[in-house]
Design a protein around this ligand. Structure first.
Ligand SMILES: Cc1ncc(COP(=O)(O)O)c(C=O)c1O
Length: 395
């Protein structure tokens, strides 16, 4: 198999979803798992989660259409985010999808629609996670930007506007919060917020959608049973399992730990500053936002017992100087054909990579030691698809 390539460990995928389902079954046995497309929408992966019984959690017209294309049933879609289009919004609404309203224009679309039948929608709550969990929310003092703000009355205004529409039933709350810590505290705040809102407005809610953002596959971090047990304890004070479903939208916790990226050393270059180990992989494939400061990795050397080198800087194939992955300290020298295998790189990697210099690499699935290709490496022909080489038609 030519490097670089991604490899998805099917057994880890199976284990991840089984752990989550068991946690839900034993704590809140009325649940929906919506697999977060944005985290990794490789067609094989989204088809895998469809077959596992998950809903598609989508946040744009393209993701919505992708879910339909891959064969998600017309109502097994959770449609979130501000990037819905009016036509997909209306289609999803009529098909009975779970739709969480995120912006005023969606309320307007409902008004304009002159609905002839009763429809259900949920609403995304924007609340002050930072006050409840100082230092933990993704945006700190700048605050999150999704949903309707609970504290300043925007949420209430949205509720009032929805209530005016006789054919619209508000049936759910969406409370996803992105955090730096993925801690249990975050889910405590989410569950408390759901209870507070229910109490204040006396809502009869068919679902509480707590979103994604869980840890998965890391032994020293919270596990699914802890998250779900905590949610269940708090939600159980105001909701009952029979009437109100718990929706989770995991991405990272399921797909993150299940993917490796295999690269080879192609050159070693010594300058007066550093010893650079050039590989055929790149940060753009496993850290496209260039934010990671460390990686889980293993090294496979073609021979043991090489000279121990004080510092070797592992670099990617691009011509960007900052395509440097890590510094390997006090380790045996790396040579051409040695392999570096990065682990737990399934989330926000493949789906965020740019088509820069080299195109998307091969992707395999490892099923009990047998490897199956699930995406062919992109070539220039894939790159030029949908492009016009000559100007022909005025739009
Ligand atoms: C609304 C929503 N749901 C689910 C997720 C998935 O989060 P994660 O991949 O961290 O589990 C996100 C990520 O930003 C999100 O915005």
């Amino acid at each position: 198999m030519d490097t670089p390539y991604f490899v998805i460990d099917k057994k880890k995928l199976d284990n991840g979803i089984a752990l989550l389902e068991n946690a839900l079954k034993s704590n809140w046995d009325n649940y929906i798992i919506g697999y977060s497309f944005k985290t990794n929408a490789l067609p094989w992966i989204i088809n895998y989660y469809k077959n596992a019984g998950c809903y598609a959690e989508v946040v744009s017209d393209d993701e919505y259409r992708l879910a339909r294309l891959i064969g998600y049933k017309e109502n097994k879609i959770i449609y979130n985010g501000p990037m819905k289009t009016k036509d997909t919004f209306m289609e999803a609404l009529m098909n009975g999808c779970i739709i969480n309203i995120d912006s005023k224009r969606e309320i307007q679309w409902l008004e304009d629609a002159n609905l002839q039948k009763k429809v259900s929608v949920g609403i995304r709550v924007n609340f002050d996670l930072e006050s409840g969990c100082p230092g933990q929310s993704a945006c700190g003092d700048e605050g999150g930007r999704f949903g309707f703000c609970y504290e300043n009355g925007e949420f209430e205004k949205a509720i009032i506007a929805l209530k005016k529409n006789k054919n619209v039933k508000m049936t759910g709350l969406h409370l996803h919060c992105s955090s730096k810590t993925r801690s249990l505290d975050v889910y405590r705040q989410i569950a408390c917020m759901a209870c507070e809102i229910q109490e204040k407005y006396d809502f009869k809610l068919e679902y509480i959608d707590v979103g994604g953002g869980f840890f998965g596959g890391l032994a020293n971090r919270p596990q699914f049973p802890q998250y779900i047990q905590l949610l269940s304890e708090i939600l159980g004070t105001r909701f009952n399992i029979k009437d109100t479903a718990l929706i989770v939208e995991p991405g990272m916790s399921l797909i993150g730990p299940s993917v490796d990226y295999v690269t080879s050393v192609i050159d070693v270059k010594v300058t007066s500053y550093n010893r650079f180990v050039v590989t055929d992989g790149s940060r753009i494939h496993i850290d496209p936002l260039m934010t990671k400061s460390s990686y889980f990795y293993d090294i496979q050397r073609h021979k043991a017992g090489g000279e121990v080198i004080n510092k070797q800087v592992i670099c990617g194939f691009t011509c960007m100087e900052h395509d440097r992955l890590f510094a390997l300290m006090d380790a045996e020298e790396l040579e051409e054909t040695d392999k570096i295998i990065y682990h737990k790189v399934g989330a926000y990697t493949m789906c965020l990579s740019p088509l820069f210099i080299r195109y998307y690499p091969d992707i395999y699935v490892d099923e009990g030691g047998r490897y199956f290709k699930v995406r062919e490496r992109w070539t220039p022909s894939n790159y030029v698809q949908n492009s016009m080489l000559e100007i022909k038609e005025e739009r």
